[in-house]
Design a binder for this molecule. Structure first.
Ligand SMILES: Cc1cc2nc3c(=O)[nH]c(=O)nc-3n(C[C@H](O)[C@H](O)[C@H](O)COP(=O)(O)OP(=O)(O)OC[C@H]3O[C@@H](n4cnc5c(N)ncnc54)[C@H](O)[C@@H]3O)c2cc1C
Ligand code: FES
Length: 256
């Protein structure tokens, strides 16, 4: 069940240049499942007013960890917090996601979208899989610290680490060589759209992790609602309640 916790910051460090890793301690275990998220706010800080959503990178006992990129007001403040300070943590939120059965998985992640896969590392160990992970440059390439080197194909836009390009460049060839039964992609909408068109051409089923901008985070405001194609026309679902992950063949992707 979801709750609100006082979270003490135990550690804040740069994971790779501009990417941060935050370890928080709460009073009792959060009990999040893979695919769920939390919302964070700073007590007493009213701008930004709404708590911000983050995937749970790791959870162990009463420790909760996130990985984030400072892209706006809240995340910049978060990148400057000091150890010992307190945050307000709400969670776990959203619907857990269990990996669909498949013989082999290609996991495509862009930027902090790759955080989604961290909770599946253990499950994936016994399955044939390959991570295709991309970031802008060496300063945002946090993946080698988390994902096993031998199952990972790295790409950076400026070529400062791994192959030069975006994850879309090697994707068709990797699909041909690795022959995955299933692709799961997590990252910005613009990237998801491109992965979708490659997967359609190659005829490989695809699931998309949608981290749209959220308001209330608990199903009330509808700001995270997306449309699904159903037998009786379009159906609206709330990502914060019904889940972040959807079959690409049924989802209508929002404008990026
Ligand atoms: C379910 C969920 C899980 C997330 N998990 C993580 C995570 O693990 N690590 C991480 O770094 N970020 C994650 N995000 C994104 C994170 O919530 C945003 O970076 C944060 O809310 C930005 O707040 P801000 O005040 O810093 O920036 P704002 O000032 O609110 O926004 C700065 C810029 O970023 C854009 N932006 C904000 N949120 C999003 C979004 N969700 N998608 C695309 N663009 C956005 C805004 O349009 C604006 O251009 C997640 C988002 C969702 C919905
Ligand atoms: S964020 Fe308000 S309904 Fe999902």
């Amino acid at each position: 069940m979801s709750g609100v916790f006082k979270a003490r910051i135990l550690k804040k460090a740069s994971l790779a240049g501009e990417i941060f890793h935050l370890v928080m301690e709460i009073d009792s275990p959060l009990g999040s499942a893979p695919g769920q998220f939390i919302r964070l706010s700073l007590p007493g800080v009213l701008d930004p007013f709404l708590p911000r959503p983050f995937l749970v990178f790791k959870e162990m006992g009463t420790l909760v960890e996130i990985v984030f990129y400072p892209r706006g007001k809240f995340t910049r403040i978060l990148s400057e917090v000091e150890e010992g300070m307190f945050l307000q943590l709400q969670g776990p939120l959203g619907k857990p996601f269990v990996l669909p059965d498949a013989k082999s998985y290609l996991l495509v992640g862009g930027g902090t979208g790759g955080v989604f896969f961290s909770r599946y590392l253990e499950t994936l160990k016994s399955k044939r899989h390959l991570f295709l992970l991309g970031s802008r440059s060496l300063s945002t390439n946090w993946f080698p610290l988390v994902f096993p080197q031998k199952e990972t194909f790295l790409v950076t836009e400026d070529g400062s680490s791994g192959i030069k390009g975006t994850v879309i460049d090697p994707l068709p060839q990797l699909i041909d060589d690795f022959t995955p039964d299933l692709i799961i992609a997590s990252g910005p909408i613009s990237l998801l759209k491109k992965v979708k068109s490659v997967s359609e051409i190659r005829g490989v089923p695809l699931y998309l992790v949608l981290e749209e901008i959220m308001g209330c985070g608990v199903g009330v405001c509808l700001s995270c609602a997306i449309s699904l194609k159903g037998e009786r026309g379009l159906k609206r679902v709330r990502l914060c309640r019904e889940g972040l992950v959807w079959n690409a063949s049924e989802v209508i992707l929002p404008e990026s």
